[in-house]
Design a protein around this ligand. Structure first.
Ligand code: NAD
Ligand code: MG
Length: 341
């Protein structure tokens, strides 16, 4: 059984006795910084000079400094810049300014797992990774609740890395919900697999194929949108609440029978074989290398794929429908690429 830690398993005073430098003020960065501050922790946010987040962080009452300066002050340094930039930020601004005994924290194990960052042996290396997007981590903390997190220790230089990681998890609200013990390797590989095969890659392609199948057969795109995308949330909410069993309890017998006989035809054995291939590429580093090489090349493949996804006809149909109906105002969240981040 996985080990799960709750409020009583963590001593919040430990993190309160440290200065915490949060590097980056995006989705996770703003949530960690504000939750820590509200938990009575001394926080400095590290940003690039001229960063558009600088004023936002200061307006929220946070101390802000350039990355090098924030790192130099930190007993704990949490790296919350995008995974593909962590390697260079670490080499150029973090490593040269890091206190010899500072603890390094991550919210995803990518750079440690694949060796893009190799910290000295004097540093604790910990992970506190909330299992939810940053704005939820903040919202739920403010509501007196928390988003579950997973915690790991890769290097315990101080002998206190675990209590420190748990203390940090408590201060961002995670132990209110539960903090699950894992390793950097397990977190990185399962996280990448989950988002690629099921949550992001799998679901997106399933929706697109469903939409294409219906519209190519002559059905109206608006109807297809409702059937294969809009209702997805309602179904997923049921699964989230009570597992697949609760979802099947709630739907009609017709839908449930169709689930049993047609689900395995669509998602057949070949899909599982492909999932294993995807997992292999994650485990042997093929995916990580491809991602980083493309990023080093200006993200050309990444940008082309993003443009291709945005041009899929279901996006235009959905945009029109969501603007017409009153159930969602979410489009504005990402229009300028900054509201939620
Ligand atoms: P993000 O893209 O939302 O924000 C990154 C921040 O870093 C931005 O403020 C950006 O301005 C800043 N930044 C970018 N390059 C920089 C540089 N060179 N120097 C200084 N600052 C720079 O990132 P995010 O989604 O919050 O991801 C941060 C980490 O959290 C990643 O390791 C990610 O895997 C992990 N994580 C994210 C989520 C999530 O919900 N987004 C969930 C769990 C874990
Ligand atoms: Mg993830």
């Amino acid at each position: 059984m996985a080990k799960v830690y709750y409020e009583n398993d963590a001593d919040i005073d430990l993190i309160r006795s440290k200065k915490v430098a949060i590097i980056g003020y995006g989705s996770q960065g703003h949530a960690h910084a504000l939750n820590l501050k509200d938990s009575g922790v001394d926080v400095v946010v590290g940003l690039r000079a001229g960063s558009s987040s600088w004023e936002k962080a200061e307006a929220a009452g946070l101390q802000v400094a350039e990355v090098a300066d924030a790192v130099a002050q930190g007993d704990v340094v949490m790296i919350l810049v995008p995974d593909q930039h962590q390697r260079s930020v670490y080499a150029e601004q973090i490593a040269p300014n890091l206190k010899p005994e500072a603890a390094l924290f991550f919210a995803h194990g990518f750079n440690i797992r694949y060796g893009y960052i190799k910290p000295d042996t004097t540093h604790d290396i910990c992970m506190v990774a909330p299992k939810g997007p940053g704005h939820k981590v903040r919202e739920s903390y403010v509501d007196g609740q928390g988003i579950p997190a997973i915690v790991a220790v890769e290097q315990d230089a101080s002998g206190q890395a675990w209590p420190l990681a748990l203390s940090y998890a408590k201060a961002i609200g995670a132990t209110r919900a539960g903090a699950i013990e894992t390793t950097f390797t397990e977190e990185t590989e399962t996280d990448l697999f989950g988002e690629q095969a099921v949550l992001c890659g799998g679901v997106s392609k399933l929706i697109q194929y469903g939409f294409e199948t219906l519209t190519e057969a002559g059905y109206q795109p608006e109807i297809a949108y409702f059937e294969v995308l809009h209702e997805m949330k309602l179904i997923v909410d049921l699964i989230w609440e009570g597992g697949i069993t609760k979802q099947r309890w709630s739907i009609s017998d017709t839908a449930e029978y169709g689930d049993y006989v047609s689900g395995p035809r669509v998602i057949g054995e070949q899909v599982k074989a492909s999932m294993k291939d995807v997992l292999n590429d994650i485990q042997d580093g093929t995916f990580a290398r491809r991602f980083i090489e493309d990023q080093d090349n200006g993200g050309q493949e990444f940008k082309a794929l993003r443009a291709e996804g945005e041009a899929h006809p279901i996006e235009a149909t959905g945009k029109k429908l969501r603007a017409q109906f009153g159930w969602s105002k979410a489009d504005s969240d990402y229009v300028d690429g900054s509201a939620a981040r």
